[in-house]
Design a protein around this ligand. Sequence first.
Ligand code: SAM
Length: 278
Amino acid sequence: MSDLPPLREVIARHGLSASKALGQNFLFDAQLLARIAAIPGDLDGAEVLEVGPGPGGLTRALLAAGARVTAIERDRRCLPALAELGEVYPDRLKVIEGDALEIDARALFDGAPHIVSNLPYNVGTALFVGWLSADWAPWWRSLTLMFQREVADRIVAAPGNDAYGRLAVLAQWRSTARIAMPVHRSAFTPPPKVMSAVVHVVPGEAPAGVALKTLERLTAAAFGQRRKMLRQSLRGVTGALDALEAEGIDATRRAETVSVAEFVRLARRLDAATPRSG
Ligand code: SAM
């Protein structure tokens, strides 16, 4: 770590002015970066996937924690700076140039990596949904991801909260999701308009007899009309009204009062009623 020049100097030397189009808001505070890299637990010798390393601030912290990092970066301007970092940590940093939305990251690993990233909001959410929708147990060990605070709140939301919706159910039905660290906007260069937070997700056991597709069909319908009673919002889902009755869930309730466990029970009931073909 001590051999490395300050990040600001690296950025100046390589002309890495932050690109708005690529959602670039860089982190420079080594202490903050070390705290983020500590969230997944002991990384000594562990495989890590980092998406969007940029000039490599978080990458430095991950390498210093002992991780073997595979990084996917779209902005080729960052590659020389990352190559310099790789020289300080021989054989521990592999950088792949490309769009993380197009690359099959799973194929890059033999074992299950921790995923740690500070990504632009839209890319981060799309990847997050993809990672949570993977075959279970998933190919990754944990997720440690920076989000806008508002998105982080939606991921960890509990029933009865305005932020509670499809994303919360997806993130919580077979994983544990928590806000590990709020991050002030002033920590970034340039500072974004809104606050951020690092979310930590650890996969758990998938409830038996429930297909993700069924759960998604239910939550899409229920939260698509979140102010309506379930008997109205779930009308278009075959068997859903019977499932409500069979599970003793009051059809006059609204989606945002239905717990993750209740959605799981409803989905299981539907899957049992209509066995999947193929
Ligand atoms: N990790 C660095 C840090 O924390 O300072 C940079 C974070 S910056 C918010 C996001 C990074 O993701 C940028 O380096 C940007 O070029 C990269 N990026 C944006 N879209 C991407 C994509 N689709 N695939 C891979 N990298 C992407």
